[in-house]
Design a protein around this ligand. Structure first.
Ligand code: ZN
Length: 336
């Protein structure tokens, strides 16, 4: 079962919002866009694992997505930690296009038309995670059990080449469609339960409690000020900005599509970039709305927590609700 389900981490949402709201003319635009693309592609690779992992026996495995645990050296981060009473499995997910080579010097690289990109060696990376996780179990006095590890390439079309036929690499590195059979092999290898159900639960809860999400970078790091940001509601169909509020709907002057909910991602952008609290004036400025009443209605329909009265009233934007409220977001699809 998913103890810590897949959810897009806030620092990635932040990177995405920054990219959407930074004008193309800004000197940091390229850095910001590259960062957003890389983080999103990593998350996309991880979320594609959900399909495969759901086939694991529900009661026997605890699956934790994205755990980041403090230790003596900072934090160690694991893409998926799969816990059972027989063994624990650390899974590192890579989303790399085209090809990936493992050579005799422990280098990993992609080569396209003679151009070589060298990457950090994922096997060394996962060995380090294994050591740090083991130290963590020891520190808490949990019984020790085998810690297995795999590196999974999430794109089916990545050509993996183990240039020296290194047994360790062929054992640990794989495509995502091999993951379930690998776990089956591990289940056959470790047949006696080494910890109780209670211990397993306790380890999961301790990890959940100690998880510290990565901080978003902050706009200052990229030399961006609130006044630099692109304001207005972005068209969900063609990305033009700003949409206009007309007869109870957002209307896009570029592609003429209409939407009742296009302001919701804009409010999430505001919360991620400018802060969780918003008042009517700030909402009008960011959504590029003239009417105080419309701004009030749009914010109040979200049932955010309210603070203060009349003109000083502020609302606490619930990012999670805006991002994960799929039912609401889908019910109000774009019409053209
Ligand atoms: Zn449009």
């Amino acid at each position: 079962m998913f103890i810590k389900p897949l959810e897009i981490p806030e620092h990635i949402l932040f990177a995405k919002s920054m990219d959407r709201r930074t004008p193309a003319s800004h000197s940091s635009k390229k850095t910001i866009s590259n960062r957003a693309v890389n983080l999103l592609s990593g998350y996309k690779g991880e979320s594609s694992m959900k399909y495969h992992l759901q086939f694991l026996p529900e009661d026997e495995f605890h699956i934790l997505h994205y755990v980041r645990i403090p230790d003596l050296y900072g934090h160690f981060q694991i893409d998926f930690l799969i816990l059972s009473r027989w063994f624990h499995l650390i899974m590192e997910v890579k989303n790399i296009y085209d090809n990936m080579n493992f050579d005799d010097m422990g280098q990993t690289y992609r080569e396209i038309d003679g151009k070589v990109d060298v990457f950090a060696n994922p096997v060394e990376q996962i060995n380090m995670q294994q050591r740090r996780y083991l130290d963590w179990l020891r520190k808490h006095g949990f019984p020790l059990l085998p810690i297995e590890k795999i590196v999974v390439y999430s794109r089916d079309d990545t050509y993996l080449r183990n240039l020296t036929n290194d047994k360790i690499i062929s054992d640990i590195v794989m495509h995502r469609d091999k993951v379930l059979s690998k776990i089956e092999t591990l289940m056959n290898k470790h047949q006696s339960p080494l910890i109780s159900e209670d211990h397993l639960m306790e380890i999961s809860w301790r990890l959940l409690n100690e998880h510290v999400p990565e901080d978003a970078d902050g706009m200052e790091k990229f030399g961006i000020d609130y006044s630099d940001l692109i304001k207005g509601v972005i068209c969900p169909a063609c990305s033009a900005v700003p949409m206009r509020w007309k007869s109870g709907k957002w209307w896009c002057p570029s592609c003429s599509c209409v939407s009742k909910t296009a302001h919701r991602p804009a409010l999430a952008d505001y919360a991620l970039l400018a802060g969780d609290y918003i008042n009517n004036r700030q909402a009008r400025d960011f959504l590029q709305l003239k009417s105080i009443h419309t701004a009030k209605r749009l914010i109040q329909q979200e049932n955010f927590q309210e603070f203060g009265k009349t003109s000083g009233r502020r609302y606490k934007i619930d990012i999670d609700k805006l991002v994960n409220d799929k039912v609401h977001n889908e019910n109000a699809k774009v019409h053209t």
